[in-house]
Design a binder for this molecule. Structure first.
Ligand code: IPE
Ligand code: IPE
Ligand code: MG
Length: 253
């Protein structure tokens, strides 16, 4: 088991993104309805947030509900929205205690009014916190986000606010819901699935991927440490050769 002390403090990821998956299977394996898994997923969220705050990670993005998840049975969607409402309400205190700033990305207008109101309140209350930035991806889909960005750009170009020749990778970023958030260095997906499921397609261009069989309700800080330790062993080349990376590290030391 990897402990916090074994992690290299100067090589921690600045931004970790997590696809929290496997709640339904966790519940089913215990002979319970899927919603039982969602409820038990909250403890995993709490422990992960606390562990990231303690480690000094700057950004944690959690994929909590995708645009495609609206297509689940009505009872499950309703239960997820009620759980979200209750969790935001209950956990705001913990966020304040841990100096965590809450943010949200996604098509937030599509959330039930009660949920978006509670969310906005929690975002406002934690606005002044200077520690971990916790980003909830809610009713989020990367294709929606990219199309939305293109629409906004075209509209601004039509008004003469931007010129098509000025569009590049950097200013495209400004039209995404993650405009103030750096790209993740590490993506974790639980439950053994090895796909992206429409999450942060643009932002994950050079992210290191870590997949674990652990189902989300069982995920705890030791699993997070294992993912970070794995990330710290990797060589991130960004298209360069291994020699270029090693040489530049040696010349900087
Ligand atoms: C992830 O767990 C939670 C959400 C998508 C909201 P799932 O509900 O997808 O659980 P599995 O993948 O069916 O086990
Ligand atoms: C991805 O999980 C979305 C979230 C974790 C919120 P899903 O369970 O919805 O993804 P698929 O359907 O297995 O790809
Ligand atoms: Mg799933």
């Amino acid at each position: 088991m990897i402990t916090k002390e074994q992690l290299e403090k100067e090589k921690l990821p600045n931004h970790i993104a997590i696809i929290m998956d496997g709640n339904g299977r966790w519940a089913r394996r215990k002979g319970n309805p899927r919603v039982f898994g969602h409820k038990n997923g909250v403890a995993a969220v709490r422990d992960t947030v606390e562990a990231c705050a303690e480690l000094g990670i700057n950004y944690l993005t959690l994929y909590a509900f995708s645009t495609e998840n609206w297509n689940r049975p009505r009872t499950e969607v309703d239960a997820l929205m009620s759980l979200l409402l209750a969790t935001i309400n209950k956990e705001t205190k913990t966020l304040l205690e841990n100096n965590v700033q809450l943010r949200a990305i996604g098509d937030l207008d599509s959330l039930p009014r009660k949920v978006s109101r509670e969310l906005k309140e929690a975002i406002d209350k934690t606005h002044g916190n200077t520690g971990l930035k916790l980003v909830l991806a809610l009713s989020y889909s990367a294709r929606w986000e990219i199309v939305n960005a293109v629409k906004n750009m075209v509209s601004e170009a039509g008004k003469g606010l931007i010129s098509i020749d000025d569009i590049d990778v950097n200013n495209f970023n400004h039209y995404l819901t993650t405009k103030d958030i750096p790209d993740p260095e590490l993506l974790i997906r639980t439950s053994g699935e090895t796909r992206i499921s429409n999450f942060l397609l643009w932002q994950l261009a050079y992210t290191e991927m870590y997949f674990t069989e652990t189902l989300w309700p069982d995920f705890r800080r030791e699993h997070l440490y294992a993912a970070i330790a794995d990330y710290q062993c990797r060589e991130r080349r960004f298209g360069k050769t291994s020699e270029q990376i090693t040489d530049s590290v040696n010349s900087n030391s």
